[in-house]
Write a protein of this length. Structure first.
Length: 81
């Protein structure tokens, strides 16, 4: 994928302030992200709860953010640059 098409895709996203979401909705988003991205939780020595807390902490520290993709109508967690 070229840089131009990556940029165009990124411009279709909207940041979602994590602290404005219902806590249950936020947890569900984080849990879905964790289970999708870290399928080998038991091999890494971390529990699902450990990973959820790590991602939540990254959101609080602004090391990661929630983004709603207008093209695919999905939410995702991405690393802040």
């Amino acid at each position: 994928m070229s840089n131009k098409s990556q940029t165009e895709h990124l411009e279709q996203g909207v940041d979602i302030p994590y602290n404005q979401l219902n806590p249950d909705t936020l947890r569900n988003l984080i849990e879905e992200f964790v289970t999708r991205e870290w399928s080998e939780l038991s091999d890494a020595g971390y529990s699902l709860e450990d990973k959820i807390e790590q991602v939540f902490q990254q959101l609080k520290e602004k090391k990661a953010k929630l983004v709603f993709d207008l093209t695919s109508n999905t939410a995702n967690i991405v690393v802040c640059r």
